[in-house]
Design a protein around this ligand. Structure first.
Ligand code: M6R
Length: 364
């Protein structure tokens, strides 16, 4: 049931404040501002590596997770696309654990990577949305995303719930490994608990995002740029846009611009820059200047401070609320989903059932 929405995707985008809150509540205690102890088949304090594997959007959530685990818990993460993981014969340290991320819990390549790790004898956790799925059944611990059923082929609420689980786990790992103090844990959990409220505020930018999307629908190619955790988000933005609007899009780390993609820049290729004002914001501003100097049109997604300090002409600047660093990927996921959604609506594509795609890829 789509409620009063035109598409499931639209409905699912709007459910995010609520489902992010449900999911977080499973992993953190909002009142005490602490992460909840988990019954894991491994000890975060004792492992020296974590392997992550998934496909598509779930893989991109894992890529954000890598930044969090490494920064907050100083835990090195190896992350692979599941179709590579299963065949590349990676050596798996006995002192590690593996996490698989999947909305459906049925993705063939992700399941095959899980079985590879099972053979290697490492403890296995699954971040899944469908609890009665094969991946859930075959793992040692299920770490649920409480997104509720996701019908739209383009993953939206499952993604932000995966991010919510990964951020909570990284905080938990930080506590276990002694890399964050109790005060830092509290500050991080407090920041996480604000994500639903900020997500709600972003949904109110619908009108502006719809207007930008109308413009975007006139182009054939779009480039997304971001640094740090916004780099996986740039790839997620590009994936979302291509799968439902069929506009060719690519996501790049902003620092890679000079190493190739800059050759593509002209007035026919809008560049969407995902850049909250953070410690590397200035670097991204230089990238935007390089784009502008070549006639590229910039759509900047940033916060108030970023909008003030971006000394560059943009086609549009979407200003999000100032949010604590740890939740930027969760909050910034919404405008990129909304951009893809409205652009597809303007293109007149089948938003919930895009051509050639299946919701769950159960064959290789
Ligand atoms: O069910 P899963 O999370 O394992 O699915 C993985 C991908 O197939 C999925 O995220 C796909 O990339 C989405 N259609 C992206 O929106």
């Amino acid at each position: 049931d789509k409620g009063n929405r035109r598409h499931f995707m639209e409905k699912e985008i709007h459910e995010q404040p609520e489902v992010i809150s449900h999911t977080l509540a499973h992993y953190v205690d909002f009142t005490a501002s602490t992460s909840r102890p988990l019954d894991l088949p491994f000890d975060f304090a004792r492992i020296d590596r974590l392997a992550l594997s998934a496909c598509g959007t779930a893989y991109l959530s894992g890529l954000v997770g890598k930044y969090w685990f490494e920064r907050i818990a100083r835990l090195p993460v190896d992350i692979d696309i599941a179709s590579e993981f299963r065949y590349r014969e990676m050596p798996i340290s006995q002192n590690s654990a593996a996490l698989f991320i999947s909305q459906s819990g049925e993705t063939a390549d992700t399941l095959a990577s899980l079985r590879y790790c099972r053979k290697a004898g490492v403890p296995i956790g699954a971040i899944v949305n469908v609890r009665e799925s094969t991946i859930a059944r075959e793992s040692d611990v299920v770490l649920p995303t409480l997104a509720g059923p996701e019908i739209g082929v383009a993953s939206t609420k499952a993604f932000t719930c995966q991010l919510s689980v990964l951020a909570s786990l990284a905080v938990r790992a930080g506590v276990a490994r002694g890399t964050i103090s109790p005060d830092e844990e509290k500050a991080l959990v407090r920041a996480l608990s604000e994500a639903p409220r900020y997500a709600n505020q972003v949904l109110k930018l619908e009108e502006q995002i719809e207007k930008v999307s109308r413009e975007l629908s006139h182009y054939r190619h779009v480039l997304y740029l971001g640094r740090d955790t916004n780099f996986p988000l740039a790839m997620e933005g590009a994936l979302k846009l291509k799968e439902i609007s069929y506009i060719h899009a690519e996501g790049y780390a902003a620092g890679e611009l000079k190493h190739g993609p800059i050759a593509l820049i002209d007035e026919n290729m809008p560049v969407i820059v995902i850049a909250p004002h953070d410690r590397i914001f200035e670097k991204t501003v230089s990238n935007m200047q390089e784009v502008a100097a070549r006639g590229g049109k910039i759509i900047l997604i940033t916060d108030r401070k970023g909008a003030e300090q971006a000394t560059v002409d943009t086609m549009e600047t979407i200003v999000l609320p100032d949010v604590p660093e740890i939740i930027t990927p969760i909050v910034y996921a919404l405008p990129i989903q909304m951009l893809a959604y409205f652009t597809a609506v303007f293109m007149g594509t089948d938003v919930d059932q895009p051509r050639n795609l299946a919701k769950s890829v159960t064959v290789e």
